[in-house]
Design a protein around this ligand. Structure first.
Ligand SMILES: Cc1cc2nc3c(=O)[nH]c(=O)nc-3n(C[C@H](O)[C@H](O)[C@H](O)COP(=O)(O)O)c2cc1C
Length: 206
């Protein structure tokens, strides 16, 4: 069966992050996947309001009805979710953080009984699937581009979010990141990440 890929794209129109995400989605389509892209800059939505309707029995999904409603539904139904974001002030772009907060609705009401140890957390640690409403086996591809020339800067972003994704019910998260990506057109066909993106897309979607 074809893999369902959901691409959550943060940042500007026609930017480097979009180009990188398109390399992955292009290769995924070639490998037979079905791809749906949500460009967050075009959507109108709020962050989590902390109403707890998704935890106190009122609703199985986020009760806020806005442009993220469909994106959350697609992530829950999909096999692979791409989060593609430029680094803004040392973190994911704020557009994406609001969506992360709304993913709180993926936690089951019992999620706190299955919390990971955030201090000793290592990738691959198995978290009880009862923490989540999602079906097991979903994977994340995190594409993170930054402008500064310091190659190892901002590596902490993935490390901070990865335990949450795991706890939310995703089995695995793959990181593709690069610095020194400057100006529109800074991410070209010859960027080393292009081959990595194509290989991963074929691996996950083939
Ligand atoms: C509001 C804003 C904040 C930014 N913050 C950072 C930052 O903290 N570190 C960095 O290396 N680059 C930063 N950048 C640059 C982007 O990460 C850079 O342009 C990156 O290559 C993404 O490219 P894109 O915007 O063309 O997708 C910032 C850019 C903007 C507009």
């Amino acid at each position: 069966m074809s893999k369902r890929v959901v691409c959550i794209l943060a940042g500007r129109d026609g930017g480097n992050t979009q180009r990188a995400a398109e390399v992955f989605t292009g290769a995924a389509l070639k490998a037979g996947a079905v791809v749906k892209t949500f460009a967050l800059r075009k959507l109108h939505y709020s962050g989590c309001l902390g109403c707890m309707a998704c935890k106190n029995g009122r609703s199985e999904t986020c009760v806020i009805q806005d442009d993220l409603t469909e994106a959350l539904r697609e992530i829950a139904a999909g096999d692979i979710t791409i989060f593609a974001s430029p680094v803004y002030i040392g973190d994911v772009c704020g557009q994406l953080k609001l969506l992360f907060d709304r993913m709180y609705s993926f936690f089951s009401p019992a999620y706190k009984d299955y919390q990971p140890d955030f201090v000793s957390y290592r990738p691959g640690i198995k978290i009880d699937q009862r923490a989540s409403r999602l079906n097991p086996g979903k994977q994340i591809v995190f594409i993170s581009l930054h402008g500064l020339d310091q190659k190892n800067a901002f590596a902490d972003i993935f490390d901070r979010y990865e335990p949450f994704w795991n706890w939310l019910g995703f089995s695995r998260a793959h990181l593709l990141r690069s610095g020194s990506v400057k100006g529109v057109g800074g991410f070209t066909e010859s960027h080393p990440m292009v081959e990595e993106l194509k290989i991963l897309a074929r691996q996950l979607c083939g």
